[in-house]
Design a protein around this ligand. Structure first.
Ligand SMILES: Cc1cc2nc3c(=O)[nH]c(=O)nc-3n(C[C@H](O)[C@H](O)[C@H](O)COP(=O)(O)OP(=O)(O)OC[C@H]3O[C@@H](n4cnc5c(N)ncnc54)[C@H](O)[C@@H]3O)c2cc1C
Length: 400
């Protein structure tokens, strides 16, 4: 275990302390487990507490796609770090399937955004992505119609993983490096204790020097226990498997019909296993904010019908396919749809790692690194531009 010197501003005065850190991470999903791993890698003593079971929240309901085909510099840089770490975790037992990722574009503006993405990816060390024309898209996905599609952005080394396996591999690494991962242990209260916190849980009381709030759709409720505002809005999304009459003769990449700042239906689909695809709609159906303790976890008929319509239009070559099982889960969204990562105003050792929306699997490596940075370095040194993700008053409203 290493010792750190902490310098903190509290009530206007700087307080300094030296000690062996004990950090509690609240939430055993992708963000919490990645934060815990990045902390134990730096020699910090970590306890993860998970109210239910690992990956029982949004993580276990995701479709596990990891991609870098985004169009802003920060979005690309965060995902490039993610892709690199996930490839490294593949050496530790995580299965990553590099099936490729194709983003569909409809206009000159989309094309300009894709060209920008290539530049950002190149700056982030990814040279494999390229712009593709409709004919190449049809070669990549022979069952897909390119009606209305004028350009594509294709990353051949993007892919998907099993989010349950991601969680168990991360938890195993955390434990092997001396961390503790406790399931069925819910945070129910928090008090200041000296420079740190006294946490009341459903199992015991835990004293610690700092806390990472990685409670997904519950992050706002957990932040309230510390008297802090953290608006995370749980948004319900549905996913469904598609059974094919016979396995495809090619591996279908992840196809995403959505460009930020541009258009698209939000439909996305990918290879899942031989004879099976999985599909989802990334755009919100606008059904409002869900209660994470009380929402319909099954796919609804209206959702299936909407997906079927979009799939028939985009994948007419697969009209003989049928739906398999479907489910619903929550995107933990922030108000501005950017993750909330960093300390709260006036609380340098209370760190938010939340609000990853529909991208928490691919963003989990960088969010974990940034949460660890804030605690051990006092700044987001892995990606300094990510200082803009702090949950400061401008983003979350006045803090107490
Ligand atoms: C249908 C669907 C498809 C998706 N597909 C993708 C995808 O392809 N790629 C991608 O990158 N992202 C995807 N996502 C988004 C991704 O799943 C989320 O962004 C991510 O899982 C969020 O992880 P998290 O760790 O923040 O939250 P969670 O996984 O929800 O973890 C939070 C944990 O905190 C625990 N908790 C809550 N309160 C307490 C408490 N008081 N004490 C202790 N523990 C507590 C909960 O039990 C929970 O396990 C998808 C989401 C959905 C719903």
């Amino acid at each position: 275990m290493v010792s750190f010197t902490w310098s903190r501003q509290r009530g206007g005065g700087a307080v300094e302390g030296v000690g062996a850190l004990h950090i509690v991470v609240i939430g055993g999903g992708a963000l919490g487990l990645s934060s815990a791993l990045h902390l134990v890698e730096r020699g910090v003593a970590v306890t993860v507490i998970e109210a239910s079971a690992l990956a029982s929240g949004s993580t276990g309901r995701s479709i596990g796609v990891v991609g870098t085909q985004h169009v802003t510099a920060l979005d690309v840089a965060m995902r490039a770090y993610g892709l690199r770490r996930i490839r490294a975790w593949a050496q530790c037992g995580l299965e990553f399937h590099p099936i490729g990722y194709l983003r569909l574009g409809r206009s000159d503006r989309d094309l300009q955004l894709f060209e920008r993405s290539l530049r950002y990816q190149h700056e982030s060390g990814i040279d494999s992505a390229r712009i593709v024309e409709p004919a190449e898209m049809r070669a990549l996905v022979p069952d897909m119609s390119t009606d209305g599609i004028t350009c594509g952005l294709f990353g051949p080394d993007n892919g998907f993983l099993d989010p349950h396996q991601l969680s168990s591999v991360l938890a195993k690494m955390v434990r092997e490096m001396g961390g503790t991962v406790r399931q069925r242990c819910r945070l129910i209260g928090a008090d200041r204790r000296g420079m740190g916190y006294r946490l009341k849980t459903s199992a015991e009381t835990i004293d610690c020097d700092g806390v990472v709030i990685a409670a997904g759709a519950w992050a706002g409720r957990v932040a309230e226990l510390f008297g802090q505002p953290l608006p995370v809005l749980p948004e319900r999304h549905e996913a469904v498997t598609i059974r094919l009459p016979e396995p495809l003769a090619y591996v279908m990449p992840m196809v995403m019909d959505l460009v930020y700042g541009g258009g698209g239906t939000g439909l996305n689909f990918r290879h899942d296993q031989p004879g099976q695809l999985v599909a989802e709609i990334h755009k919100s159906a606008g059904s409002g904010v869900a209660d994470p303790d009380d929402y319909n976890e099954q796919i609804e008929d209206a959702g299936k019908e909407h997906l079927a319509e979009l799939l028939l239009e985009r994948l007419p070559g697969l009209s003989g396919a049928g739906f398999g099982h479907g489910w619903a889960g929550l995107y933990p969204e922030s108000i501005d749809r950017r993750p909330l990562v960093g300390p709260f105003d006036g609380e340098p050792h209370l760190i938010a790692a939340a609000g990853a929306g529909g991208y928490g699997i691919q963003l989990s490596p960088i969010i974990g690194a940034l949460a660890a940075d804030w605690l051990t370095e006092g700044a987001p040194i892995t990606l300094p531009e990510a200082a803009a993700l702090r949950p400061d008053a401008m983003r979350v409203g006045p803090s107490k």
